[in-house]
Design a protein around this ligand. Structure first.
Ligand SMILES: *Cc1c(COP(=O)(O)O)cnc(C)c1O
Length: 413
């Protein structure tokens, strides 16, 4: 990791090999992979990187903690099926994700459904499928109970708690204060009571406080508060928990100066919490749900340079790919100040003849930037630009129809 600190142009790029001047995945160069895709732009996901991330998690996080994959990070069916083979459960965020989850080897009771504003139709689908619904409001609870009666099924209900704390230093805060997510901690005991006295099955609590965190101290602090809150809610409501989902929030480095999240201290703290709260949660499945940490680094977004122009002494590499496929790389998905993802010329790796350039897409908007004023090998038309850290919140988080360019292709290798 000390090597990472020296690089200032990019967040650390520790995955994918180089052969000669080519970036390769599974012994194939990017231009060979472009042949398989049949076009640029494409996303390519490397299963070996996902396995590596899961191994890292298992190496540091206690065995008592089960790992779930939050599908909205990347819902590509082949990827989800692969991840499902190696984790204990899936978390979905819409009815659209449900068929993909059900097509995996995961048991329905290990699939949970979170997100505000679940409709009648979505709740019906979840109850018919027998997955766990993380209840986020009183309306949702009333709907789920009446659907259960109508279908003559006992819905599996967990309560998503809007905690009375926030995940500090988080990319996106999703708990604490007034929020559209979850039920305020103060009224959770009465909601649990309502579920427990109904025909539905109360399965537990879901406490998710935020996303994209690179500070172990902040995650440790959130875990401490999450266990304490769950303990308090169990005592106040007199219930027992089959499942306690303590959220996730593990981040990955995207920008210059960032480094990988260290899991050692987080794991040690969880070990301590598990023994401290052993009497309360001895029979409870403890779950961490992760999206981007598992898949963010497995993906590259690859486009071709179609034009190179110099405008008032600054060089622009213009590609056939852009924010319509990869909004988050353009800086328009939750970032306050735009910074560069790691970007390379995939067929000129290691070239020492460099130039400071901006890489832009084909859309008629100044927002369509792949890399802003970055030092890259001197490139030619036809060269391939690869954006790292593109395995999460890529295709599915982008406005594909904007400007009516062709769709991006996804490959899972
Ligand atoms: C989005 C989301 C996740 C995944 O977040 P990542 O930052 O991708 O790990 C997990 N749980 C819930 C409830 C979410 O909404």
């Amino acid at each position: 990791m000390s090597q990472e600190k020296k690089k200032i142009d990019h967040a650390p790029m520790v995955y994918f090999n180089v052969q000669g001047s080519d970036l390769i995945i599974d012994n194939r160069t990017m231009s060979q992979i472009a042949c398989i895709a049949g076009q640029t732009p494409f996303y390519v996901y490397d299963r070996r990187v996902i396995l590596d991330k899961i191994r890292l998690f298992r190496a540091h996080i206690p065995k008592r903690i089960l790992l779930h994959y939050a599908m909205k990070a990347n819902p590509h069916p082949a990827l989800v099926s692969f991840v499902a083979e190696h984790v204990e459960g899936l978390d979905i965020a819409s009815q659209g994700e449900l068929p993909v989850a059900l097509a995996t080897k995961t048991h329905p009771e290990d699939i949970s459904f979170a997100g505000p504003g679940k409709t009648e139709k979505e709740l019906k689908a979840a109850i018919a499928a027998g997955i766990v619904i993380n209840i986020e409001s009183q309306t949702e609870l009333d709907r789920a109970l009446s659907i259960g009666k109508n279908l003559d099924l006992s819905p599996l209900l967990a309560v998503r708690v809007n905690p009375d704390f926030e995940l500090k230093s988080s990319g996106m805060k999703m708990g604490g204060g007034p929020k559209q997510f979850g039920i305020d901690a103060e009224i959770v005991p009465q909601v649990i009571k309502q579920i427990s006295t109904s025909d539905a099955t109360f399965v537990g609590l879901h406490i998710f406080s935020g996303s994209q965190n690179l500070k172990p101290e902040a995650i440790i602090d959130a875990h401490n508060k999450t266990f304490a809150l769950a303990d308090r809610l169990v005592k106040e409501s007199g219930c027992t928990l089959q499942k306690l989902n303590i959220g996730g929030g593990f981040g990955i480095p995207y920008f210059p100066g960032e480094s990988h999240l260290e899991l050692e201290a987080i794991g040690e703290n969880l070990e301590r919490l598990i023994s401290e709260y052993d009497s309360v949660f001895a029979k409870t499945e403890l779950i961490i749900e992760l999206g981007r940490y598992l898949v963010g680094e497995c993906g590259l977004y690859v486009s071709s340079i179609v034009d190179i122009k110099v405008s008032r002494d600054h060089t622009f590499l213009i590609t056939d790919g852009g924010l319509h496929h990869h909004l988050s790389n353009s800086g328009n998905f939750g970032q306050v100040i735009r910074k560069n993802y790691p970007v390379v010329i995939a067929n000129k790796m290691g070239s020492t003849t460099t130039q400071n350039v901006s890489v832009v897409g084909p859309l008629c908007t100044p927002l369509d930037i792949l890399a802003d004023k970055m030092t890259l090998p001197v490139a030619e038309i036809g060269d391939l630009v690869a954006v790292y850290q593109s395995g999460a919140y890529g295709k599915s988080a982008s406005p594909a129809r904007f400007l009516s360019h062709p769709e991006v292709v996804e490959l899972f290798l």
